[in-house]
Design a protein around this ligand. Structure first.
Ligand code: NDP
Length: 245
């Protein structure tokens, strides 16, 4: 475990991996850790990265590539202490039209991809007797969403992943929590028709979509030393849309 402290906060500087930090919520999370003085890496497919983020290219659907990316990050920055599993996709369509492929692809990235990263990251965390695992789920995981059977199933399952990790390795200084964002201004929500966006905004008590930095703030807290007694929790960042459901 690193004992360096960051100039920005005076706290311990950790090695953090955020998957999919090239854009959207993952990018905002990586930027927040960089600003706090952490050593930040990402596992990503393509695109440009925020200043100060070390990139290892891998698709999270490829176990060997994920393992190799972690090895590359460990060689460059040291043992990984914080994992934020953020990479995710949607393939929205109505149940009757959803193909096996639509379902399997979303599960492979959002659930199995997360599992691959968590499994690899946990090795070093167990050895170092410290770890913070944050899984990016969605309000849709617990609330449901018409046309989102695949996505909702993949995101709900992350709660089981975090809680089982907590029971399995929670005694080793490792926490695993879920952040469930509501509607956040990124490419994913920009793809929704404008009428649909307005409809959602009416249903959100806060009356607006969030900035990705508002998700990053919750993730940073759950990754801190101070959050060591919070594990297996689902933290909504949804302007009151789901209120835990
Ligand atoms: P974006 O579509 O903007 O970004 C998705 C990120 O995931 C990209 O970096 C993308 O990489 C990466 N990714 C997708 N598939 C893979 C893969 N197979 N291997 C590696 N990386 C991959 O989405 P958001 O930033 O909006 O979403 C981030 C997370 O937050 C997702 O898990 C999403 O489900 C969740 N979320 C988003 C909400 C929102 O309102 N935006 C609400 C609730 C949850 P690439 O650029 O290569 O495609």
């Amino acid at each position: 475990m690193s004992i360096e402290t960051t100039a920005a906060t005076g706290r311990r500087s950790r090695v953090v991996v955020v998957t999919g930090a090239n854009r959207g919520i993952g990018r905002a999370i990586a930027e927040r850790f960089v600003a706090a003085g952490d050593k930040v890496a990402t596992i990503y497919r393509s695109g440009d990265l925020p200043e100060g983020v070390f990139g290892a290219v891998a698709d999270v659907t490829d176990s060997a590539a994920v393992d190799a990316a972690f090895s590359q990050i460990e060689a460059e920055l040291g043992p990984v202490e914080v994992l934020v599993a953020n990479a995710g996709i949607t393939r929205d369509t109505l149940l009757m039209r959803m193909s096996d492929e639509d379902f399997a692809d979303v599960i492979d990235v959002n659930l199995t991809g997360t599992f691959r990263c968590v499994r690899r990251a946990s090795k070093g965390m167990i050895k170092g007797r410290f770890g913070r695992i944050v899984l990016i789920s969605s309000v849709i995981g617990l609330y449901g969403g018409a046309g989102q059977v695949n996505y909702s199933a993949s995101k709900a399952a992350l709660v089981g992943v975090a809680r089982s990790i907590t029971r399995e390795i929670g005694s080793r200084g490792i926490t695993a929590n879920v952040v469930a964002p509501g509607f956040i201004d990124t490419d994913m929500t920009a793809a929704l028709p404008e009428a649909k966006q307005d409809e959602y905004k009416k249903a959100i008590p806060a009356g607006r979509f969030a900035d990705p930095s508002e998700v990053a703030a919750a993730v940073e807290f759950l990754s801190s030393d101070e959050s060591g007694y919070i594990s297996g929790a689902v933290i909504p960042v949804d302007g009151g849309l789901g209120m835990g459901h």
